[in-house]
Design a protein around this ligand. Structure first.
Ligand SMILES: Nc1ncnc2c1ncn2[C@@H]1O[C@H](COP(=O)(O)OP(=O)(O)O)[C@@H](O)[C@H]1O
Ligand SMILES: [Mg+2]
Length: 320
């Protein structure tokens, strides 16, 4: 039995078991193997921070490499067009046509010109013979803004993959299987508690798993008591590592809006927020838009808004 935790609560680091993404991965693999597939395909992966965009890209890259494709993995930082050049997509030394996967992680709303140049390069490369698949990933507001740009028709027509939270049963598998593979067990009630505490949020699946494992690493079984204390610490850490830094950057009206939302146990009606904060409906709406673009809240239908990530409500309640 190893005493090292198998869990990976770090951004960009692949988990021991990638839960809930089987359909997306299978569809990607099938499309790569489809000889009638078009020579250029563009996909846009969206999801809140910590939901697993980067590790999904890692997986698609591994699948492509295993099929002998050239993989160009990039992040959308300044100077992207200089890094994704025609030569790089079509290495002259290879002497034969090699299909290519290009991944571009962390796109943001300000990338229009650079992305347009890159997509033009990809399109030209696909005309030259190889099959080119481009997968672009970003937060929902950035991706929505880019996909709405007339100047980026390839992104507008891209295949959309929206990564959401993972359901309870799949979260439980993502915790139980790594524990068992590493030589320990987890009791049924402990597992149910851990999956519930993770609330389907992939980063928390890793964090709760890791903390529960680390309570008594030398014992054979992870118990309900281990998970109870791990869950309390996980909620606190998510607040400290993710939510508090975001809240510190907010101006008083936006912070007041979120605090007013935290009074509800469910998605909030904009009219209630405007009444609680004493702001006009127009100001409340502008605030909601700003917070949506900052990826802190999301529309929840019928003029309602919800927190984008688990434990943000609790963090606001605790720190005020
Ligand atoms: N499908 C998944 N199942 C289990 N854990 C996951 C899954 N996707 C991501 N994770 C874990 O969640 C964390 C965040 O993943 P990451 O890809 O960095 O998110 P994003 O790029 O969306 O911010 C990492 O610790 C990763 O191991
Ligand atoms: Mg990422």
């Amino acid at each position: 039995m190893t005493t090292h935790s198998p869990f990976r609560p770090s951004f960009g680091v692949s988990p021991p078991l990638l839960a809930g993404r089987g359909g997306t991965i299978q569809a990607f693999a099938t499309s790569l193997d489809d000889p009638t597939g078009s020579s250029l395909s563009v996909s846009l992966v969206t999801g809140h921070s910590g939901v697993g965009k980067t590790v999904l890209l890692n997986k698609l890259e591994a699948i492509s490499r295993a099929r002998g494709r050239l993989v160009v993995a990039e992040t959308a930082t300044r100077g992207l067009p200089a890094r994704i050049t025609a030569d790089r997509l079509h290495p002259p030394s290879s002497g034969r046509t090699i299909d290519v996967l290009i991944t571009i992680d962390e796109v943001h709303g300000g990338d229009i010109d650079e992305l347009r140049t890159v997509l033009t390069t990809c399109k030209a490369a696909a005309r030259g013979g190889p099959r080119v698949d481009v997968v672009v990933a970003g937060l929902p507001p950035a991706a929505t803004s880019l996909a709405g740009q007339r100047a980026l028709p390839l992104l507008r027509d891209a295949h959309r993959v929206e990564l959401g939270m993972i359901d309870h049963d799949e979260a439980a598998v993502a915790i139980r299987v790594p524990v068992e593979r590493a030589g320990r067990t987890i009791s049924d009630d402990a597992l149910a508690k851990a999956a519930a505490a993770a609330r389907g949020y992939p980063f928390l699946i890793q964090l709760v798993g890791h903390l529960a494992w680390s309570r008594r690493p030398g014992s054979t079984t992870i118990t309900s008591a281990d998970v109870t204390s791990a869950s309390v610490e996980a909620a606190r850490l998510v607040g400290r590592m993710i939510h508090e830094p975001s809240l510190r950057r907010l101006a008083p009206p936006e912070l007041g809006f979120l605090e007013a939302m935290a009074a509800d146990d469910h998605p909030s009606f904009l009219c209630d927020i405007s009444a609680r904060t004493g702001s006009t409906p127009g100001d409340a709406e502008a605030c909601a838009l700003w917070l949506t673009e900052a990826d802190l809240i999301e529309p929840a239908g019928q003029r309602r808004v919800a927190f984008a990530l688990p434990y943000l409500r609790e963090c606001l309640r605790d720190t005020r």
